[in-house]
Design a protein around this ligand. Structure first.
Ligand code: ADP
Ligand code: MG
Length: 676
């Protein structure tokens, strides 16, 4: 197995330039290359003649390019067309948004194409899924794998490297399932699977290969969860027993009655905390359902029993807001609460670290600054992780490891379907807050096209004159943080100078200093700012109950979960709130999202919808965070397989050195999780 770690540069045909290109695809080792899964296939044997094409079918053809063209649609999409001919007829093949193809696909070339036959007017066209050049014959079998590529590297080259890798290294690939287990699960062996994912002998072999590789990923993922999150599980944990009346004091400080759902969650958490087993619990509750107070009560119990609590939030703003809430809840007690973020000055940080280590600080709130190596606790008894889906498994484990089997409470607003939750969190128990605090009115949500901007402004003006406060949110421009800021700045100028000159407009963005952010939010919260223009830094958790208007610019650029989170910033008081989605949705998906937002305020329904539209990785917002980077498994489609993998993981000899080595191989290359 060691040989699988071999750097890809030692494979025949890979020089330094190639190595750099492969790195862009995440391929460093021979092992990575084996797991570079084709994104599609072209069946060279199943081609049909052009004259036999029927609209609606997905087919493969083999034909010669007679000519090509690139054009643009009115909506700015580019279309590359190639006129194709075989000896039975001609048809146009269409590629969307790949104008660069004009450099590689030229008249006279012979292509295999896999795509869907459609009609445009009376013209038959093929929307291309995959294509393959005839000249690359030497490197393929009859079913040709089509790989994800990056600039400067051709299908042919990847195929050559894959072929070389399989030839020299496949025999080194470990098999962690016994023959009996494979039989029972109806899985082929790994070497067969890898061979046939790259070079399917036929479609049946491909299906077997895919199933085994998906299972392998899910299994390893489950095992990794076990290592990382539940290694404390059966260890003896802390039995939290209150030593004083702190909990009563805090309860008396609460400005409201807990909802029944909150009470139930608190009870479940307390039962776990009192038990000598270490707690691993997921608290799931829609945006605005009141998770913070539940965490505060758990913290009170923990502190009362003589231990420290650490609360980790995904953003600085949220951490500081939690600090404020906690300070309110713990008024009149002698509990010491501190806040630590990347913005904390060195001197203050030093003091905090000392006070944490000595036990002077009882509760620490912070961002991922809390998991730095030099931070030590005197007696960490409870770890709370807010907006859990933003943090990776490793970050959780790291914070956890700062105590001796501390209890762990992870909180999320993302309603995760049960099966998915089990897959993601392994053994975590689940508490659900399925009820909003009383008196909330559903937020009225409406989409408006750019042409309606003026009337939207007038509506906002009327509301503000009646004393309302508004958020304007600009989308994150992923390619460029600068543009992202610019968009917000120019909107801010426009609103403050031209549109609402008589009102106070504020601007909030990620690059302000922590104090500045804080001041602006406080001013907004005191009602001194009428309109807060912001980048998505407010996405998570801000709580200003008086704000009732949410305007989301370019709403088509946000995911459904994000839109729902943003909308959750309003509708927190008894007054009617409004969410206005501005934008110009151009894709079917974007339209679906906006419709879904208009249709419901229910986070659970939206989550189901989102899962349907995007699949689980994107849905949880974790794909880019490395937590769910499945190469072949698909959590929404492979639910049954995922459950089997979870069961299988439970029976594994986890100390097995081969397995450990294998896990390292699989996970060493994954990016560390970063959060917003
Ligand atoms: P989230 O679950 O989204 O983190 P928060 O904890 O921020 O929600 O709470 C949302 C708002 O609801 C806050 O303004 C909080 O003070 C308020 N709240 C929480 N619980 C209750 C309750 N039982 N009754 C009334 N208001 C509540
Ligand atoms: Mg919250």
């Amino acid at each position: 197995m060691e040989r699988l770690k071999t750097s890809i540069q030692f494979v025949k045909g890979v020089g330094p330039a190639r190595q750099r290109q492969l790195l862009k695809l995440g391929i460093m080792s021979v092992f990575d290359m084996m797991w570079h899964i084709p994104r599609g296939y072209v069946d060279r044997e199943a081609v049909i003649p052009i004259h036999a094409l029927r609209a609606g079918d997905t087919v493969s053809i083999k034909a010669k390019i007679m000519g090509t063209s690139v054009s643009r649609t009115r909506r700015g999409m580019s279309i590359f067309r190639a006129l194709l001919q075989d000896n039975s007829g001609v048809v146009t093949a269409v590629w969307f948004n790949q104008p660069f193809l004009k450099n590689s696909l030229k008249s006279g070339m012979i292509l295999y194409i896999n795509g869907k036959v459609t009609f445009r007017g009376s013209q038959m066209e093929i929307n291309v899924n995959e294509y393959d050049l005839l000249e690359e014959k030497e490197t393929v079998d009859k079913i040709a794998a089509i790989y994800p590529l990056t600039e400067g590297i051709a299908q042919k080259s990847i195929r050559r490297i894959v072929s070389a890798v399989l030839k020299d290294y496949l025999n080194d690939y470990p098999e962690i399932l016994t023959a009996e287990a494979r039989e029972e699960l109806q899985l082929c062996d790994m070497q067969f699977a890898l061979q046939n994912i790259h070079y399917p002998a036929d479609w049946h072999s491909y299906a077997l290969a895919r199933k085994r590789l998906a299972f392998e990923e899910l299994l390893l993922f489950q095992l990794s969860l076990y290592y990382k999150t539940t290694q404390f599980k059966n260890l003896k944990g802390i039995a939290h027993l209150e030593q004083d009346d702190l909990l009563e004091k805090v309860t008396r400080n609460l400005p409201y009655q807990l909802t029944r759902a909150q009470q139930r969650a608190v009870k479940e958490i307390f039962t776990d905390m009192e038990s000598a087993k270490s707690m691993g619990r997921l608290l799931q509750g829609d945006v605005g359902s009141g998770k913070t107070v539940v965490a505060a009560l758990a913290a009170a119990k923990c502190v009362s029993s003589g231990y420290q609590t650490a609360i980790m939030a995904p953003t600085e703003i949220l951490a500081r807001q939690h600090l404020k809430s906690l300070q309110r809840f713990f008024t009149g007690t002698n509990v010491a609460i501190a806040c630590l973020t990347s913005g904390t000055q060195a001197a203050a940080r030093g003091q905090i670290l000392e006070a944490l280590a000595s036990g002077e600080i009882n509760i620490i709130v912070g961002t991922h600054s809390l998991i730095q190596d030099d931070i030590a606790f005197s007696a960490l008894g409870l770890v709370v992780i807010d907006e859990q889906h933003r943090f990776g498994v490793r970050q959780r484990a790291k914070l956890n490891s700062k105590g001796l089997a501390p209890d762990m409470l992870v909180m999320t607003a993302t309603p995760i379907p049960r099966t998915l939750a089990l897959t993601l969190y392994g053994d975590l128990e689940m508490s659900v807050i399925d009820e909003l605090p009383p008196g909330r009115k559903p937020v009225l949500t409406r989409y408006f096209p750019p042409s309606a901007r003026k009337s939207v402004y007038e509506f906002i003006r009327k509301q503000i004159n009646k004393g309302a406060q508004a958020y304007f949110v600009c989308p994150l421009v992923e390619e460029s943080q600068k543009q992202d800021l610019q968009a917000a700045v120019s909107l801010y100028h426009d609103l403050s100078e031209n549109v609402f000159p008589e009102n106070k407009v504020g601007l909030l963005h990620g690059r302000l200093k922590p104090v500045e952010k804080d001041n602006i939010i406080q001013a907004f919260s005191r009602g001194e700012i009428d309109i807060l223009v912001s980048t998505t830094v407010i996405e998570v958790g801000i709580d200003v109950p008086a704000a009732t208007l949410m305007v989301i610019e370019q709403a088509e650029r946000f995911g459904l979960a994000q839109l729902h989170q943003l909308r959750g910033r309003v509708g927190r008081g008894a007054k009617q709130s409004y969410c206005i989605l501005l934008g110009n949705p151009q894709t079917e998906e974007a339209l679906q999202r906006i419709k879904a937002m208009e249709a419901t305020n229910d986070g659970f329904i939206l989550a189901q919808e989102d899962l349907k539209i995007r699949g689980p990785g994107e849905f949880l917002g974790v794909r880019q965070h490395g937590l769910l980077q499945f190469k072949i498994a698909d959590l929404s489609a492979d639910i049954e397989l995922s459950e089997k993998a979870r069961k299988a993981a439970q029976n594994f000899q986890r100390q097995d050195p081969i397995l450990q080595q294998y896990m390292q191989l699989k996970f060493s290359n994954q990016p560390e999780i970063v959060s917003g």
